[in-house]
Design a protein around this ligand. Structure first.
Ligand code: B1M
Length: 207
């Protein structure tokens, strides 16, 4: 079944269209994984356009909202079909840092890529990340920081995770963070923006 109109509804952030199209596809007993794939495909296009500065934060937010509208209808159907997200991601802004606009975009893009996301919020202590990893056993942990004064908390968090004997892959990002800094603190990956974060997670998962 062609779901290109649903993909376009996500790209354009048309949440009413997304709701109608997902509802119709479910009623017609379309394969739920194909309906999901059409929406994830739409978010991939949104991510690419955001990365290329063709669209900006507001457009990304309305696309994510359209995806959430569709997912609210589809999730029960996916669960019934036994189709749970294969991978979990824990995401948070590090201790001492209250910035979460970017972190929230990363969370939205991860959900758009069908990851099961546990969002720890802001000002998250290293030990809170460790406890959450032990509880949820995620594939990926994402750390966000927006202050030069809180970037060292990224290193402290990675150290706490490793000292706890956990080898979960850690992805870092945020305006002042760089790939060199990520390497210097032993992160497994760095992403410049939310769309690249999705690409990187997919690479880390398939590695
Ligand atoms: Co503050 N703040 N702020 N601030 N703030 C900055 C970051 C600052 C650069 C402004 C400035 O002085 N030019 C400066 C930091 C300087 C430095 O250390 N480098 C600064 C300061 C100093 C402060 C305070 C200390 C101000 C004060 O109170 N004296 C204070 C600190 C509070 C605290 O955190 N403890 C403060 C407070 C705030 C608010 C809370 C009021 C507010 C945040 C609101 C919120 O987030 N809920 C705020 C804001 C909005 C900003 C600016 C204006 C915008 C940041 C933003 O949201 N950008 C910012 C100036 C600037 O950066 N232009 C500034 C948009 C967002 C989409 O980008 O977060 O970079 P970004 O996310 C991107 C990428 O980085 C990436 O993907 C996102 C989307 O593509 N990404 C990841 C982000 N996280 C990622 C994680 C990943 C991967 C990619 O893997 C997991």
């Amino acid at each position: 079944m062609d779901h290109s109109d649903l993909t376009n509804a996500i790209i354009k952030g048309k949440r009413k269209d997304a709701k109608k199209l997902v509802s119709e596809a479910i009623d017609e007993k379309q394969a739920p994984e194909e309906i999901l794939g059409a929406m994830v495909g739409g978010m991939d296009v949104v991510g690419e356009r955001f990365k290329n500065n063709e669209i900006f934060v507001p457009e990304m937010l309305i696309a994510a909202r359209a995806m959430k509208t569709g997912m609210d209808l589809l999730e029960p159907v996916l669960t019934e079909a036994g189709l749970q997200p294969e991978h979990k991601a824990i995401v948070g802004t590090v201790k001492g840092d209250l910035h979460d606009i970017g972190k929230n975009l990363v969370v939205m893009m991860f959900k758009g890529a069908n990851l099961d996301v546990i969002d720890l919020g802001t000002d998250v202590a290293p030990e809170a990340f460790v406890e959450a990893i032990k509880e949820h056993n995620p594939t990926i942990v994402g750390l966000s920081a927006l202050l030069t004064t809180t970037m060292p908390m990224m290193e402290a968090t990675i150290t706490a995770i490793r000292d706890a004997g956990l080898d979960t892959k850690v992805l870092v990002g945020g305006a002042p963070v760089t790939a060199d800094y990520a390497d210097s603190i032993g992160a497994n990956g760095y992403a410049d923006d939310a769309a690249t974060a999705v690409t990187l997670v997919r690479e880390l998962i398939s590695a």
